[in-house]
Ligand binder design. Structure first.
Ligand code: GAR
Length: 204
């Protein structure tokens, strides 16, 4: 039996996407091992989810380091210590600089709650409501050095109803996030994601 790819998860909060990944691993639909979960907030609920699943959970706080570079070096060292081969950003609310991207080339995958390239950055669901978009959704993409700008792997669409607010739209989008993020990760571990420049193809 071949050994599983080891993923590291970076998260900042609640961790429902992380949970959806764990659930798919448990059900056998996702063949991935989670080596470590790192949170950049000491009270992030994702840490409790990791502990409950028996997965190493580590807190690395930006304020404990004198520079972004030193903070990211600590992230890299922790990920390497846990033999991480694939970096999964599951609600990680920081932009990673080139030193992390270089350490995991084409091996960092993020989920963002809008149909990129619309509404990158913070409060994507509020941006969609404020703009008056009729459709929104979520995007799973490779991470490059820009903000939510890397090659798109998969998207899912939701309709924005006239009475939707930020919270109701976020909830609708989250359901789709929980579907497509584990699906993309399984395609990744199966070697079915081919990237050429901005074009990502899903191999049969
Ligand atoms: C999710 O909606 C995710 O798409 C978003 O944060 C939420 C995390 O929820 N990520 C970003 O906005 C990244 N720019 P979760 O902690 O329950 O998975």
């Amino acid at each position: 039996m071949s050994s599983k790819i080891i993923a590291g998860v970076l998260a900042s909060g609640r961790g429902s996407n992380f949970q959806s990944i764990l659930d798919k691993i448990s059900s056998g639909e996702l063949s991935l091992q989670i080596g470590v979960v790192i949170a950049d907030k000491a009270d992030a609920y994702v840490l409790q989810r990791a502990a409950a699943a028996g997965i190493p959970a580590v807190v690395i706080l930006r304020q404990d380091y004198s520079s972004k570079e030193a903070f990211e070096q600590a992230l890299i060292e922790c990920l390497q210590a846990h033999k991480v081969e694939l970096l999964v950003l599951a609600g990680f609310m920081r932009i990673l600089s080139s030193q992390v991207i270089r350490a995991f080339p084409e091996k960092i995958i993020n989920i963002h709650p809008s149909l990129l390239p619309s509404f990158p950055g913070l409060q994507a669901q509020k941006q969609a409501i404020d703009y008056g978009a009729k459709y929104s959704g979520c995007t799973v993409h490779f991470v490059d050095e820009g903000m939510d700008s890397g090659p798109i792997i998969m998207q899912a669409i939701v309709e924005v109803a006239e009475d939707d607010n930020e919270a109701s739209l976020a909830a609708k989008i989250l359901e789709k996030e929980h579907e497509i993020f584990p699906r993309v990760l399984q395609l990744y571990v199966q070697g079915k994601i081919a990237v050429q420049g901005r074009q990502v193809k899903i191999l049969k």
